[in-house]
Design a protein around this ligand. Structure first.
Ligand code: PLP
Ligand code: COI
Length: 339
């Protein structure tokens, strides 16, 4: 434990003390169970292994200057997990049960919440899988919900330092009326080939276009996208992207700062007009974008010439982190303190 270098954490897995689990059997959810094992024992014919009945969430807990632990907008993650369940015919977990599980797993692993000064956080990973032996393609009879935690640093190397992303027109992460709006494992499997290719070419992420017409911006592999032009915060509206809780929060904060929020289809060539651009999400927080390369079109859009985050991104980043760490007033009741 003494050996954790909190300021040097990457976005990776580290064993913590406990996880919590809950089973859905005979049409109802059972009680939360606490486990210290990292292993789950499941049937080889479980639907999660064959037909992709799996969804997950991602949220964070932060330790404040006052020593208190705060979790950001967990009711939103609970509701999104319900929406994922509806999208792939899994059992819906009540919001209260989800929140109880988060409180419990954070409290039990309190010693892994990084100290305030480190700027790191405790990443919370809830997931749900279909269980029970089944060979035909149909929903599972039973489900398991579990939550583990792990201390993390920045998702992208360099954290708040701008990085390059690319457009790859031969790949989609989701279909026009598919599962892009829910958080299911299959979407991430579908993003791996393009994602690895982008990494090999030196990009932090792929910026996907809408899968139907390739005319509009969608989102990045693990995060939403926004651009800043003049006094506007511009972010794509699309039925193949995940509704990001970070993006929703930033839209509110942007409005409070007097920016105009435009949530609408964003033609991809509009990026040429952006003064700032960034990825946003729980893991990414705000990851500024310095350059967007449209690889197949052999076109580069330079967003940041000096390699520094723009002033609006910086202001939004500080405000969001301030609320999460308890340095700024929590006007909208986004934060739950873990007692
Ligand atoms: N888009 C995708 C595809 C994601 O995986 C995530 C991460 O959860 C996000 C966007 C950002 O969502 P949130 O801000 O709720 O973490
Ligand atoms: C998150 O931001 O929490 C995510 O789930 C993104 C990624 C790690 C899949």
């Amino acid at each position: 434990m003494e050996s954790i270098n909190w300021s040097d954490l990457s976005f990776g897995y580290m064993k913590t003390d406990y996880n919590v689990r809950c089973y859905y059997r005979d049409g109802k959810w059972g009680e939360l169970e606490v486990s210290s094992s990292e292993i789950i024992n499941i049937h080889m014919a479980a639907t999660c292994l064959h037909y992709g009945q799996e969804s997950f969430e991602g949220l964070k807990a932060f330790k404040g200057k006052d020593g208190k632990i705060r979790v950001f907008r967990m009711d939103e993650n609970a509701k999104r997990m319900q929406s994922s369940s509806r999208g792939i015919k899994m059992a819906e977990l009540p919001v209260e049960k989800f929140e109880e599980a988060i409180r419990k797993v954070v409290k039990l692993n309190e010693r892994f919440v990084p100290p305030y000064e480190s700027g790191a956080a405790l990443y919370i990973r809830p997931l749900m899988i279909g269980l029970g032996a089944q060979v035909g393609v149909k929903p599972a009879p039973e489900y398991m919900f579990m939550v583990f935690v792990t201390p993390v640093g920045p998702y992208f190397k360099g954290g708040f330092k701008p990085s390059k992303v690319c457009i790859m027109r031969d790949y989609d992460r989701a279909a026009p009326h598919g599962t892009g709006t829910i958080k299911v494992g299959g979407n991430y499997a579908a993003s791996l080939v393009a994602g690895e290719k982008a990494k090999e070419l030196g990009y932090a992420a792929v910026l996907y276009l809408d899968p139907k017409e390739k005319k509009y911006l969608d989102e990045c592999g693990p995060a939403n996208f926004f651009g800043i032009r003049g006094n506007s915060y511009i972010t794509p509206q699309s039925n193949s992207i995940l509704p990001s809780i970070t993006n929703k929060s930033l839209q509110q904060l942007a409005e409070d700062m007097g920016l105009k929020v435009e949530r609408r289809p964003v033609p991809f060539d509009e990026i040429a007009t952006f003064e700032e651009a960034a990825e946003c999400g729980t893991a990414a927080v705000i990851a500024p974008i310095s350059q967007i390369d449209d690889i197949d079109m052999n076109k580069s859009y330079i967003i940041s010439k000096d390699g520094k985050p723009g002033p609006v991104c910086e202001k939004l980043y500080n405000k969001l982190r301030g609320i999460q760490y308890g340095d700024e007033p929590d006007t909208y009741n986004w934060v739950t303190t873990i007692e």
